[in-house]
Write a protein that binds this ligand. Sequence first.
Ligand SMILES: Cc1cc2nc3c(=O)[nH]c(=O)nc-3n(C[C@H](O)[C@H](O)[C@H](O)COP(=O)(O)OP(=O)(O)OC[C@H]3O[C@@H](n4cnc5c(N)ncnc54)[C@H](O)[C@@H]3O)c2cc1C
Ligand code: FES
Length: 260
Amino acid sequence: MIVCTVLVYKGCIMFTLIETKPVAEAHYLLTLHSDTTESYPGQFINIKVNSSTDPLIRRPFSIFDHNGTTMHIVIRVVGKGTEKIVAMHPGLIDCIGPCGKGFSIVTGKKALLVGGGVGNAPLYYLARMLCRAHTEVTYIYGARSASSIFLLDSYRELSHTCIVTTDDGSSGIKGNPVDAARDIAAKNEFDIVYTCGPEIMMKHLSQELSHIPVEASLERYFGCGVGLCSGCAVKTSTGYKRACIDGPVFDARTVLWDTP
Ligand SMILES: Cc1cc2nc3c(=O)[nH]c(=O)nc-3n(C[C@H](O)[C@H](O)[C@H](O)COP(=O)(O)OP(=O)(O)OC[C@H]3O[C@@H](n4cnc5c(N)ncnc54)[C@H](O)[C@@H]3O)c2cc1C
Ligand code: FES
C-alpha cells in the first residue's frame, strides 16, 4: 500500500522582509509582512536561508509578535544561517509558517513567564495575548548580561511585575531566572507558568515549581520541520514526540529531560 502524506499549511510560504534592525548585541528584530493574520504564541516560522544548498536546511524562529499581517521575529546570530538571514535585503523570502503547537492562553488568571536569552522572544507575543485575555503577567527576563537584553521596555509595558536577572549582574539581579521564579512563587500564587530558554533552565524551573502547571517551549535541531524525519525527537512520559509538530510547546510535567 502506498501511503501519501499531504502536508497542508494553514499559514503561508512567502513572506516579505520589510526591515531588519539591531536590538541588542548580536540580536536583530526582523519585521515581516505575511499574508496570514492567524498564529498562536509559541508557533514558529521556518526560513530558507538562500537559494543555494548551503545551508540546506531551513532555520526555525519563534514568532516574537504578530498583529494583522505584520509579524516580528528576533534572531540571535550564532552561525552561518543566522548571519545570512540578518544580512538579507528587504523583499520576498521563502518561509513556511506559522508552524507547530503554541502555548495555551488562560483567561482571567495569574501567569508567571520565565525567559532565558533569546528564549524570551516567543514570550512577548504570549504576554500580549495573556493581557488581552485579562490574565495578569509576572515576567522574569533572564539574560547572560545587559548587552544581550532586547526590547525590555516592551516586556515591562505588559507586565504587572517584571524582574531582570543576569548571570554577570550587569543588569537587575545577579543570578539565574529559576531562583528568581522560585522566590516570587513563594510569595505569590500563580495559576500557570510559561517558559522558553535553555533546556537546563526549563528543567530546573519545572522541578522547582512542580506544584504549578508549566508549559515549556523546547528547542531541537530541526531537519524537515514538518514531522517527517523524527530529527527533533522529545522524550516524554507518553513516548517520543516531534518538537516541530507535536510542540515546540509541551506540558513540562510530561517531558523526560535530556539535560543532567
Ligand atoms: C522551535 C524553535 C524556535 C526557535 N526560535 C528562535 C528565535 O526566536 N530566535 C533565535 O535566534 N533562535 C531561535 N531558534 C534557534 C535557531 O533556529 C538556531 O539558532 C538557528 O537555526 C541556528 O542557525 P545557524 O545556521 O546560524 O547556526 P549553526 O551554524 O547551525 O549553529 C551554530 C551554533 O548554534 C547551535 N545551534 C544551532 N541550532 C540549534 C538548535 N536548534 N538548538 C540548539 N543549538 C543550536 C549549534 O550547535 C552551534 O553551536 C529556535 C529554534 C527552534 C527549534
Ligand atoms: S524536524 Fe523532522 S520530524 Fe521534526
